[in-house]
Write a protein that binds this ligand. Structure first.
Ligand code: FAD
Length: 298
């Protein structure tokens, strides 16, 4: 049994909809026989009378040990074979899509005789996932939880294009116009971060004031006038708000992004983190697959 040492376990009763009395019991994944499931549910205070409409069940699948892959997702055993997704022991749509993207790009890079795309653990969740898989392997269906990423505070979709810029440029994954726009956004963030961090007209710096909760509208007129797009302005101000001040240089608990230091409790931009979701809503009652290496018994 996992977590046998814990005195309690949290379950979430998630309503399946507004007009139904069905609940998805989040946190009670199991493939035990129906009569055992019934006993388990009835032993939970408040659920003594609950009726199970659809019992939990498991799906098993074979996988190839991902430690047999290079970080490019090419097989160490069979040159030119790239593996991605469930066959590498993962579970999940995002996990499969992330690996598929990398394996596809790297298959093309191989054909072209050019270096592969390797995303670092400090650059994005895909990098963490592939590094975990190829270096540590997995003994159960691997899911990309935010908690696995050391630099998760810097990862969110608002900063993805900035974090991936060097790769996108090298691999020519975007149009020149789009690359130019991303570069210019990055440059503006860096320029304004330095400016607002170092000036404040005799008061704490504008950066510090942002961190203390000052509204964007109170920033210097020069900043508010340019750039004109409010979304860009929001992005820049959020990044600055996340930047830790100079004293962070002495703290081990701060993260770095392009030379800037960030508060440990902040994200680069205040967009919601999207990776690491356990399940998509469209398949709320879906069973969680369990993985076993190809060739193993049972
Ligand atoms: C019931 C169920 C519910 C799930 N619910 C969720 C969920 O809510 N959220 C979530 O994130 N994940 C969920 N998952 C997991 C998710 O579906 C998988 O992890 C993911 O789809 C795997 O993608 P993949 O591309 O690696 O493999 P697959 O989607 O299995 O694609 C493999 C493809 O290869 C094809 N193929 C196989 N053999 C051959 C061959 N010899 N020649 C040619 N083609 C072949 C197959 O037909 C298939 O189309 C669920 C899985 C199951 C089983």
């Amino acid at each position: 049994m996992r977590f046998a040492d814990k005195p309690r376990h949290i379950l979430f009763l998630e309503p399946e909809g507004r007009n139904t009395n069905e609940y998805y019991v989040n946190g009670l994944s199991t493939s035990l026989p129906f009569d055992v499931q019934l006993e388990m549910v009835h032993s939970i205070p408040g659920l003594e009378q609950a009726i199970i409409l659809r019992p939990a069940y498991a799906v098993e699948y074979d996988f190839a040990p991902p430690t047999q892959l290079f970080s490019s997702l090419e097989s160490k055993k069979l040159e030119n074979l790239f593996l991605a997704g469930q066959i590498n022991g993962t579970s999940g749509y995002e996990e499969a899509a992330g690996q598929g993207l990398v394996a596809g790009i790297n298959a093309v890079q191989k054909v072209r005789g050019e270096p592969p795309l390797i995303i670092g653990r400090d650059e994005g969740y895909i990098g963490v996932m592939i590094d975990d898989l190829v270096t540590k392997g997995t003994s159960e269906p691997y899911r990309m939880f935010t908690s696995r990423a050391e630099y998760r505070l810097l990862f969110n979709h608002g900063s993805a294009e900035l974090r991936m810029l060097a790769h996108s440029e090298r691999l020519k994954l975007f149009t020149i116009k789009r690359l130019h726009n991303i570069s210019s956004k990055k440059q503006q963030i860096e320029t304004w971060a330095l400016k607002l961090e170092s000036t404040g007209e005799g008061h704490p710096s504008w950066g510090e004031r942002l961190r203390r909760g000052a509204a964007h509208g109170t920033l210097p007129g020069e900043f508010l006038a340019e750039p004109k797009q409010s979304r860009m302005r929001f992005s820049i101000a959020s990044c600055i708000a996340a930047i830790w001040n100079a004293s962070c240089g002495r703290s081990r608990n701060c993260a770095m992004w392009n030379g800037f230091r960030f508060r440990p409790e902040s994200t680069i931009c205040s967009f919601p983190v999207s990776a690491g979701r356990a399940r998509s809503n469209s398949a709320r009652s879906a069973p969680r697959p369990s993985a076993r290496p190809a060739g193993s018994a049972g």
